[in-house]
Write a new protein. Sequence first.
Length: 208
Amino acid sequence: MVGKERFELYHSEGEKFFFHPNSAMFRAKRMLRGEPDPFVEAAQVEPGDKVLDCTLGLGSDAIIASLAAGEQGEVRGIEKSPLLAFLVEAGLQSWETGLDVLDQAMKRIRVHSGDSIDYLLELDDASADIVYFDPMFDDGIKESDGIAPLRKWAHSEFTLDGALHEALRVARKRVVLKDHWKSPRFEKYGFSVKKRKTALFHYGVLEK
């Protein structure tokens, strides 16, 4: 549905989905106050870094990465669902947060619709500093009500088996995985886990 202020997707089961910054808003405000962000700390995003988000979704982590990488940085997001890619790309360019530095960070993100493995195969070696994966958790987290409708549209069949080899080739610094704290993927693929006592998800890191 095309409205005066935004695009909306309506699922056959009646659920509505539209772009919004979600958790990126309060995370960005904390960062601007000088407080640390767990994703930025795990991925070690620095000004000028090139970050590739292979599972864009709503783009919350891409927004934070863009804010951390700054004007000289580059953030690209890959979203397999063409509908989600369209809504998020339009939202990133038009949403007004009231914070100019955050609005500009959102506008700098480049969205690509397609399969992340196919996209990685086209990239040169060491052409990104950080490659990031945030697949749908096998165990849903009840606290994530803000992204619950996303499950209706997202492609949940993602696997690291084919993508990780290419991600390690493309990444110059590290590959980062966000996953449920009980996920077997951390151990299976050899990630060094950044555990947080009260968090229901952790970050895993593979350094180059």
